[in-house]
Design a protein around this ligand. Structure first.
Ligand code: FES
Length: 106
């Protein structure tokens, strides 16, 4: 179990406890976090789970697969902090992670 904090573009902050192995997309859906839809079910094929990861967490994340990279290239508001929440599985190493939903996802 690890804590994840989601910050909406309007500043609303929500922190939830997430079991190990559950993705940040799945945790967002389970906790009704706005702005993360997960339309493709976690297949890295829709980018509706696009988040900006807080700078201090970027070097703790798993490497990006080519499919995630190509989806983020097409996602609105994508930058160096961008990841697909469905590709980020929670673990103790990520306890306390903070992600923001980009403007336009709500
Ligand atoms: Fe579709 Fe993450 S849920 S890319």
């Amino acid at each position: 179990m690890a804590k994840a904090t989601y910050i909406e573009h309007n500043g609303t902050v929500r922190s939830v406890e997430v079991d190990d192995g559950i993705s940040l997309m799945e945790a967002a859906l389970a906790n009704l976090i706005p702005g993360i839809d997960g339309d493709c079910g976690g297949a890295a094929a829709c980018a509706t789970c696009h988040v900006h990861v807080a700078e201090e967490w970027l070097d703790k994340l798993p490497a990006m697969e080519p499919l995630e990279h190509s989806m983020l290239d097409m996602a609105a508001g994508s930058d160096h902090r961008s990841r697909l929440a469905c590709q980020l599985k929670m673990c103790t190493k990520l306890d306390g992670i903070v992600v923001r939903t980009p403007l336009g996802q709500h």
